[in-house]
Write a protein that binds this ligand. Structure first.
Ligand SMILES: Cc1ncc(COP(=O)(O)O)c(C=O)c1O
Length: 426
């Protein structure tokens, strides 16, 4: 068993995982990026500028909020690290600003990115606008449909959204398309990966840009520390940003992957339901068949709909530094309603997986202190949520407000109700 690593080894590996599995044409760019990031991160003036942007533009530090009603309902003390209150509505902006600043320092005029939920795309487009960089974002057509609000936001910010129709037309395919663009344009373009995935130095660099989440949380707690820290895991950037500063200090770190329709059906749980393999430039855990072909992932949340996971999470899992669990699509929907109803906060479907895991495992947590990384807000998910609350037949039109939801509201016109698994206490 090994402990957490301050940084990967010279080959970019976290133990068995990580590395650089990239085409020859990208190797010089990866080397250039590694040197550029190393120099920048060791340069106090760059770090000061990055921190200034986090304060003035992003609005950090984000609050660490104690929940009254949710804690009472679930029987443990739950604190929310409010990344949903960061500029643009999710943690992705911490990394977006960091990589845009680095792009400007490297003298490259163009930024590209992939996006699933649209939050990394919006963060990149936002930072590109603020730094005067040209910007293009690759997005699967399935995600364009389910995260339409963020498409409009990116276009408002002057960014070109490039639809990707290959494969399942979701996050994996958007990453592949962005990598193909980067191979062609590497001299003028920086590829800002949105999570702790990809070839070295991305998993390390994105973790460093996100570690502010965990560092702030430790400071905000003061002398006492939580018993458990819980975060959803797609590629794993909000979780790693939260976990790494806590790692090795005796706090139970819980990463919640997307179980989709259940682990026997389509899902996105690369650690719990996957095996070691190479995806998008690094060795990690991933969903694959017996021939090593990548399997399509599934999650109701676009940001967790990915068949891989960052290599440092694979290392954390292998060495017991964090544990990895799952929540299904239905759990996540319940999690959205639970937090909305008890605390007046509509979380992103991604973050709702973490809330749902706590609700489902409350017996194990009785009386404990639990911090949840509330990675983003749920505005982007209202279409998906509306469909789950107000299912009606194809061609039938109705105002959602006139229908009965699963969680109350006036009697509707036959909308199906699921029972509320977390009914309010009287
Ligand atoms: C709000 C939110 N949370 C979580 C994620 C998952 O990404 P990661 O695992 O890198 O934090 C996303 C991805 O788009 C997201 O938008």
């Amino acid at each position: 068993m090994s402990g957490p690593l301050e940084r990967p080894d010279a080959a970019g590996r976290f133990g068995d995982y990580g590395g650089q599995y990239a085409p020859e044409t990208l190797m010089p760019a990866l080397k250039e990026l590694t040197v550029a990031f190393e120099e920048a991160w060791g340069d106090a003036s760059f770090v000061d500028e990055y921190r200034r942007w986090l304060t003035d533009f992003v609005g950090r530090p984000t609050p660490l909020q104690h929940t009254e009603r949710l804690s009472a309902e679930l029987g443990c003390e739950i604190w929310l690290k409010r990344e949903d209150l960061a500029h643009t509505g999710a943690h992705k902006i911490n990394n977006g600003v960091g990589q845009a600043l680095l792009t400007a320092r490297m003298g490259k005029p163009r930024l590209i990115a992939e996006t699933g939920a649209g939050q990394h795309g919006v963060a990149t487009a936002t930072a590109a606008a603020a730094f005067g960089l040209e910007c293009a974002v690759y997005m699967g057509t399935v995600d364009i449909e389910r995260q339409h609000l963020n498409v409009v936001r990116m276009e408002l910010l002057g960014c070109e959204v490039i639809p990707v129709e290959t494969g399942a037309a979701t996050l994996k395919d958007a990453v592949s398309a962005a990598m193909r663009d980067w191979v062609r344009t590497v001299h003028t373009t920086h590829y800002s990966i949105g999570s702790v995935v990809g070839p070295h130095p991305f998993p390390w660099m994105v973790r460093e840009f996100q570690r502010v989440i965990g560092e702030e949380t430790i400071r905000q707690f003061g002398e006492t520390q939580p018993d458990h820290v819980v975060a959803c895991v797609g590629g794993g950037s909000n979780a790693m940003g939260m976990f790494h500063p806590f790692a090795g200090a005796g706090v139970d770190l819980v990463g919640v992957e997307a179980a989709g329709e259940g682990l026997d059906g389509p899902h996105g749980a690369a650690i719990v339901g996957g095996s070691p393999g190479v995806l998008h430039g690094s060795m990690s855990m991933m969903l694959q068949d017996d021939d090593g072909q990548v399997l399509e992932a599934h999650s109701i949340s676009a940001g967790l709909d990915y068949p891989g996971v960052g290599p440092e999470h694979a290392y954390f899992a292998q060495n017991g530094i964090a544990r990895y669990v799952t929540a299904t699509d239905a759990d996540a929907l319940d999690g959205v309603h639970l937090l909305s109803r008890t605390e007046g906060i509509i979380p992103a479907l991604e973050s709702a997986h973490a809330i749902a895991w706590i609700a489902n495992n409350r017996e194990e947590l009785v009386g404990d202190t639990v911090v949840v990384c509330l990675s983003g807000r749920g505005d982007k998910d209202v279409d998906v949520l509306a469909k789950s609350m107000f299912p009606f037949e194809e061609g039938e039109r109705s105002l959602p407000g006139r229908r009965s939801g699963r969680y109350g509201g006036s009697a509707g016109m036959g909308a199906k109700r699921r029972s509320d698994p977390y009914p309010s206490r009287p």
